[in-house]
Design a protein around this ligand. Sequence first.
Ligand SMILES: Nc1ncnc2c1ncn2[C@@H]1O[C@H](COP(=O)(O)OP(=O)(O)O)[C@@H](O)[C@H]1O
Ligand SMILES: [Mg+2]
Length: 465
Amino acid sequence: MNHLPWRLISRFTLVVFTVSSASVVLFSVIFRERLGWYGPKGSLFAFGISVFLMVLAGVWSKPFFTPLIRLLHTSRFSKTDGDEFHEVSFAEESFGEFSEIESSIEDIRNRLKSRTESLSVEREELATLMGAISDGILAVDLEGGPLFFNSKFALLFGGVGFAERKPRLFELFRNPEILDAFDRALKKGQTVPVKPVAIELKEGRRYFSISVSPLRRESDGIYGAVGIFHDVTELKTAEQMRIDFVANVSHELRTPLTSIKGFTDTIIDDIRSQRPVENAFLEKIAKNSDRLLNLINDLLDLSSLDAADDRADLLHRGKVGTREITERILHGLKDSFAKKRQKISTEFDAGMVTADSKRLEQVLINLLENAYKYAPDEGEIAVAWKKDGEDVLLRVYNSGPGIPREHHPRLFERFYRVDKGRSREMGGTGLGLAIVKHILQRHGGTVWVESKEGRGATFVCKFPG
Ligand SMILES: Nc1ncnc2c1ncn2[C@@H]1O[C@H](COP(=O)(O)OP(=O)(O)O)[C@@H](O)[C@H]1O
Ligand SMILES: [Mg+2]
């Protein structure tokens, strides 16, 4: 009979039988006077037998208790050490018939141990993954209380002590679109995409496109909802900039075209009614055509620079002599400066600059035309090339009222002008500085303005060496 239950029962019976026999013998010794079974020698012998039987019972019952004691011992350790499992092997000692129980317990322990290990690895992987995701993720229960969230979510919307406060959804967001999306996911089990919504954060207004999905368990249905918050602020700003740009271009084109059309109509009328044609009208038409042409040329420049963003080869960089190029451009503008009796000075600390010479010409022309336009009659204009470590700085200064500080951050935007009327009056397109900035960016450099009110303005271009 090798069957485990049978072996257990027979061993148990044997132990019970031995213990009972030992007890009967012991009682007969204790009550020997009343029973009168043995004399003094006989009772000593009977006592010996009883002790022998007890020891035998102990040996036979050892396999019952040892595993139990061991089990209790290790489980107490397991409890105090959390999910750590101790390496206690039951195989070290044999328990006779219990070796099978012993090995199955060990088997369960080992499986539990490896399951716990793989669970904690999974948990770590998930935490790393959630931390690496650039979108904010928040899961809430049926009452809107947070179930889990990733670090990005806490960073964006959490504020101080978010993890401890555990605020409800309606405490976090006021936007009805967001609350409604969670509501529908929780109550109707729908996956709800939310169009970009504006959310006011500490660092300003940002736009998020949100998708909310229900969380389901097979046993008890929907138990929560998870929302993914994707930051689309950059996209939204770029889109807005495109819209503004098209509106600006249309407006800028319409103004000169309207006046060309107006003057042409008047001239046609004059010719029909055989009146003499006013010279001034023709001049206005010519001036506005120039404006249109300038604008279109600047727009084409910008668009070719934009296209070049994706094709680095469109820039032909090489060593350019600073004196040679500066003097050539100044010579071209000589008559303009002379008209306003402006004084020009130059300085060439840096003899060479690494740049695309055509683009560099454009930078110089745009900055010097501005200097000429915005410096007063008999004003001063200075061009200086300086070394700055490996880099080369180009400084273009003009005297005059300068540019108030509040305009500095926006000065290089397309169509931004400090004084719209004055700029148009002087044939400006409002694109010159935007082109300069773009060219510098293509060279890996930067441009900025230094100006104190009433003390002129200096535009500084930094070309990397
Ligand atoms: N040297 C300067 N001094 C004062 N203001 C300037 C100077 N350069 C540029 N600005 C201001 O910056 C605006 C944008 O310049 P720009 O892009 O070249 O456009 P535009 O010259 O066609 O008006 C100008 O309208 C003007 O208000
Ligand atoms: Mg200009």
